[in-house]
Design a protein around this ligand. Structure first.
Ligand code: ZN
Length: 201
């Protein structure tokens, strides 16, 4: 039996076809699937060989090869799909993050900070779920990647009081805060949808 708790999040995800590439010369490399990939210290390789952002790492400062597309406010890195947000959008909500769980990091281009962008990554963040979905769990770092099919929800008890959540599927802000503050949808996001909180009754 599931109970719908009050409150839900607005889900923002980048629709960018121009992700921001990591700067390979700043990282060790690893051969994967026939190509050389940068292998930052904040990545993890699961037992089946898949590489992803390490779920145990908090703040991530990232070396990038190019500036993000300036007409967007939400984007992601290639490879590894680390979420990137413009500072102007993040300024609308960054005072509300739980500093033990969600971390904003710096983008560096040739050693210089790109001041109008930030990375955002969290620990103990919930997996996005739906009734029918595919899930991949990494036994090393605990990362859970899910591919959902509508009617999304979170079902982890500890996230109920969190305003800002982030995972591999995007960035989430509590709907009541979005309304109170009039927070706009970031340029470059898909039309946002809502994510419920369902915890076992
Ligand atoms: Zn892992």
């Amino acid at each position: 039996m599931l109970r719908h708790k009050k409150g839900r999040w607005v889900w923002y995800a980048s629709r960018s076809e121009r992700p921001v590439w990591l700067d390979a010369k700043c990282y060790p490399s690893i051969a994967f699937d026939g190509r050389e990939l940068p292998r930052p210290e904040w990545t993890c390789q699961s037992e089946n060989g898949g590489l992803h952002v390490d779920a145990r790492v908090g703040r991530i400062d990232v070396h990038v090869a190019t500036r993000p597309v300036p007409t967007m406010e939400i984007n992601w890195t290639e490879p590894y799909a680390l979420n990137l947000v413009s500072r102007s959008w993040a300024d609308l909500w960054r005072d509300l993050v739980d500093p033990d769980l969600v971390f904003l990091g710096t983008l560096l281009l040739d050693g210089q900070e790109i001041e109008d962008w930030m990375s955002v990554h969290g620990i103990r963040q919930p997996a996005l779920r739906s009734k029918s979905m595919t899930e991949q769990l990494c036994n090393r770092c605990g990362n859970r990647s899910t591919w959902t099919h509508g009617g999304e929800f979170f079902n982890e008890p500890h996230v109920g009081d969190q305003v800002v959540l982030v995972n591999g599927n995007g960035v989430y802000l509590r709907e009541d805060v979005v309304r109170e503050r009039g927070i706009r949808t970031p340029a470059g996001s898909f039309e946002p949808s809502y994510v419920d909180w369902r915890v076992p009754a």
